[in-house]
Design a protein around this ligand. Structure first.
Ligand SMILES: Cc1cc2nc3c(=O)[nH]c(=O)nc-3n(C[C@H](O)[C@H](O)[C@H](O)COP(=O)(O)O)c2cc1C
Length: 259
């Protein structure tokens, strides 16, 4: 359960996964200062995937962004990171926590790989600029009404683990750049390895940079799902892990407690 950013209500993040969507149409009015302050506090409390990678997240206005054809939002998170092994997966894992919290709070948001911050924003951090997330009050429906509205691969195409359909459904619904869904989950129901698929050449030109971010997002959805089923989760990295051919290993999620 998380506390909404806009009211005293507690919301189950697991439920949000089944209805969230990217929002691209916003009311231009800025959010209340008190909400922005609370967002900053939440950003400071995000759970990292790797706790030795510095990140920096700034709240900037739509006027600080080169839109490159995208519609303007009143606010953006400009996300910066130290460049270390796993840094992009870490960003996906950490910032998806905020993306779901926005949705749980009635605030629309969308990961934005195409726009970029103006030069003065880039210069304001010592860390490498990674990606933006647009946010603000939506002027389109915030939620999907049914999971059939998600355009996603079937479970058989993203996993070979038997008897884990319920556990992996939230992972299947995770957002990704151009809806590429570059993930594959293998292993057992208690020891799940997250891998990436190699995209075809045409796609790879655009999406390669985003693949580790996408998988970080999916790993966060898997953690939420496992915790919903009362499992304690430990995320581990074992470079010697054997995975199916064509699968590029990223991380292992160990689920404790009996099913
Ligand atoms: C890393 C990343 C980058 C994205 N970049 C953009 C973008 O530049 N412009 C945009 O409109 N949507 C962008 N998206 C949103 C995806 O298009 C969207 O998540 C996907 O199509 C699935 O739709 P849904 O989020 O509504 O479920 C991005 C998503 C991710 C995860």
């Amino acid at each position: 359960m998380v506390k909404s950013l806009t009211s005293e209500v507690e919301v189950d993040i697991y439920d949000i996964i089944f209805k969230r969507k990217s929002i691209r149409k916003y009311n231009n009015s800025p959010l209340d200062e008190s909400v922005l302050t609370q967002i900053s506090e939440e950003i400071n409390n995000l759970t990292p995937l790797y706790d030795d990678i510095k990140i920096d997240v700034k709240i900037i206005s739509g006027d600080d962004v080169k839109l490159r054809g995208m519609k303007q939002a009143p606010h953006y998170l400009a996300i910066f990171s130290e460049k270390k092994e796993g840094y992009l997966t870490n960003i996906g894992f950490m910032l998806q926590q905020i993306d779901l919290l926005f949705s749980a709070s009635g605030i629309g948001s969308c990961w934005q790989g195409i726009p970029s911050p103006k030069g003065h924003v880039i210069k304001s951090s010592d860390l490498k600029f990674i990606i933006l997330i647009a946010f603000g009050m939506p002027t389109e429906p915030l939620y999907r009404e049914d999971t059939s509205e998600f355009k996603r691969k079937s479970l058989e195409n993203i996993t070979d683990i038997k008897d884990a359909n319920e556990l992996l459904e939230p992972v299947r619904l995770a957002p990704s750049a151009i809806n590429n869904q570059p993930w594959f989950f293998t292993g057992t129901k208690d020891m799940i390895q997250a891998c990436t698929n190699k995209p075809n050449f045409l796609k790879s030109v655009f999406v390669n940079k985003y693949i580790p971010i996408d998988v970080g997002i999916a790993i966060y959805h898997l953690k939420v799902s496992a915790e919903h089923f009362k499992k304690t989760t430990t995320i581990m990295f074992n470079k010697n892990e054997t995975t199916p051919k064509g699968c590029n290993y990223l991380a292992t999620l160990k689920l404790d407690n009996e099913w």
